[in-house]
Design a protein around this ligand. Sequence first.
Ligand code: FO1
Length: 336
Amino acid sequence: MVKIVVLAGGVGGARFVLGLKAALGLPPIGPPASEAASKQADTAEHDITVVVNTGDDIWLHGLRICPDLDTCMYTLGGGIDTERGWGRAGETWVVKAELARYGADPDWFGLGDRDLATHLVRTRMLHEGYPLSVVTATLCTRWRPGVRLLPATDDRCETHVVVTDSEGLRAMHFQEWWIRHGAALPASEFVQVGADEAEPAAGVREAIAEADAVLLAPSNPVVSIGSMLAIPAIRRAVRSTTARVIGLSPIVGGCAMRGMAETCLASIGVRCEAGAVGEHYGARVTGGILDGWLVHTGDGAPVPGMEVREVPLLMTDIAATAAMATAALDLAGLAV
Ligand code: FO1
């Protein structure tokens, strides 16, 4: 059985995994058709583990909200609102409006009524003492994403943004910076609060160590992939796996597919170019994490210590994304 581990953020990461599943002959949405086959580990051909960023996670209205885990779960389980890329299809916002009438802050966060049920179940289980990895597995018994979703950590490790503007220097949660302020405030630093003490969630180390390929999805290199690699034991696991580690550039032709990456890269002094992001991740042979780097056609530039290949990297549909995933697995030395 071929074991594949993907490090992924939210919208971009989830869309990439849809293509990866298709590349492996799995239905992109939902569980493998032959449920029995996937249960008989020896007959299932592939085992996909997605290690998901938890840096976006936030306590709001007394609820624990995990945007990237939910985006992956809904996308792969068929419940996502495909226009927004986050939250539930057919969503309503009655509770959000009621909270606003009470003046219950914050009113800037899009708390959907259907989504609320996920946060209520998760919060209740967390209060009962279950780790986030168990909560996620429980939520996935409903959504059946067809892959194993693991939070990067069961510990608190939130991305906060340091802003320096006319009001002086202050920090705020990533969600407030991204949603309330539209990522428009000048961010001087992104801090993963708790990263040094955070441990990988149960199963993460083992999945990376036992993988036949480790892929970095085309997610935000700073606040999605970067947040996970800020957890020391995750970085160590990626650097020491016997699998080849292959990244896919989220930057195509000098611009990020999801607006935020450009802003985040500028804040940490990395040029918004595929080659610069590859260098930012670094080659494993020189202390970084990558063995190979997939860039969009035309963005090819040598990056010392890693094999760079050019393929179309626009996730325009599942077939295009499947081709990207196939190219990444090929660069990892796996023919699918
Ligand atoms: N993104 C927004 O731009 N506006 C929102 O109001 C919003 C609410 C929201 C609620 C639940 C959820 O799972 C995701 C949500 N997102 C929203 C996306 C979220 O900010 C993610 O962190 C981004 O997708 C970046 O990864």
